[in-house]
Design a protein around this ligand. Structure first.
Ligand SMILES: C[S@@+](CC[C@H](N)C(=O)[O-])C[C@H]1O[C@@H](n2cnc3c(N)ncnc32)[C@H](O)[C@@H]1O
Length: 323
């Protein structure tokens, strides 16, 4: 089977995604997290000659790399690169003259390239500016974010998005060390705060929490799931790959019920009133062969749902997740 990995990124579950997402071989699909274009490439290889794919990424570098790869593979004429956030996918697609779609893929989080380049500031292992923005042309960096935080707010971020058990104590220590300009500067403060056997988990938790907060990742995800409900045609599918429980939980609940509380509403006859029929009650995981060659695949959870004919009420002005 073809390996769609490149030095930029090794995508997970490529063949399974193409297999489960495609319901119309000549349809129009959206890869909402284009990255290095591995999944899009796999989709094109599995699709028919009339099919088209729009690829969204908020990281301009990813769009450039993926567009070139797909051009070399001969798919440029049927590929539509869209720069922006996937929460805005309806507007992005509308702007490009596209309407409803056959299926949407979301492969959450950051790419290996984003993690592997110190200048992006995502990794505590590499020295670089404490940035962590997927789109470095917008928003505030993690360093600026910390500059503005109170101890209470930072503790809430660490607890909510990092599941850090010593959130308040860690927040206090981090704020004492301000201002931060480098990833290693922050990592040193965390290292001093916890016993050696807890260091690597604490580093991972704090960096994850800051990354999620700086990029608004969970709000993005929730908005994108709702947008997918409006965009995918009945019978079409939504596939989401998540890498930790904070992502997987809302995905699982939403795909089961069309609500973030996960409760399936039923009509008088007991029929589920949900825009999605979950096709994966248990998430699909990578097999041993894939996890042996791609460590990132170990935490990947793929969920797939099919759009039903049920039309939910138009959105009310729901409040965003608070942290
Ligand atoms: C795990 S990588 C995707 C890799 C891709 N599936 C491949 O085959 O190479 C996630 C990508 O999604 C992008 N991304 C994450 N959140 C996003 C958002 N809210 N809007 C747009 N792009 C986003 C990141 O910049 C990153 O390039």
């Amino acid at each position: 089977m073809r390996d769609y990995g490149t030095p930029y990124h090794a995508p997970v579950l490529c063949h399974t995604v193409a297999d489960r997402l495609i319901t119309d071989r000549e349809g129009f699909y959206v890869d909402a997290t284009l990255g290095g274009g591995g999944h899009t490439h796999a989709l094109f290889d599995a699709l028919g000659p009339e099919a088209r794919v729009a690829g969204i990424d908020r990281d301009p570098e990813a769009l450039e790399i993926a567009a070139e790869r797909l051009r070399l593979a001969g798919y440029a004429g049927r590929f539509m690169p869209l720069s922006g956030r996937f929460a805005d996918m309806e507007t992005l697609l509308l702007g490009a003259g596209a309407g409803r779609v056959s299926g949407i893929l979301m492969d959450l989080g950051v790419s290996s390239h984003q993690l592997d380049v110190g200048q992006r500031g995502f990794s505590h292992r590499l020295d670089g500016p404490l940035d962590m923005r997927m789109d470095q042309t917008r928003g505030v960096s993690a360093a600026e974010f910390l500059d503005e935080m109170s101890e209470v707010d930072l503790a809430r971020v660490l607890r909510t998005w990092g599941e850090e058990p010593m959130a308040r104590r860690m927040a206090r220590a981090i704020l004492r060390g301000r201002p931060y300009r480098s990833t290693t500067g922050l990592a040193d403060v965390i290292r001093e705060e916890v016993p050696p056997h807890k260091v690597s988990k604490s580093l991972a938790r704090v960096f994850q929490a800051l990354r999620i907060a700086v990029n608004g990742e969970i709000d993005e995800l929730r908005s994108a799931l709702e947008a997918a409900t409006r965009l995918v045609v009945p019978g079409g599918r939504l596939a989401v790959i998540s890498y930790h429980s904070l992502e997987d939980r809302p995905v699982k609940r939403y795909l089961r019920s069309g609500h973030f509380d996960g409760d399936v509403r039923r009509d008088l006859y007991g029929n589920a009133m949900s825009p999605w029929r979950d096709l994966t009650r248990r998430a699909i995981v990578a097999d041993e062969e894939e996890t042996a060659t791609n460590p990132r695949a170990r935490s990947a959870r793929l969920r797939v749902a099919e759009r039903t004919t049920y039309e939910p009420a138009p959105p009310t002005n729901q409040t965003m997740t608070e942290y």
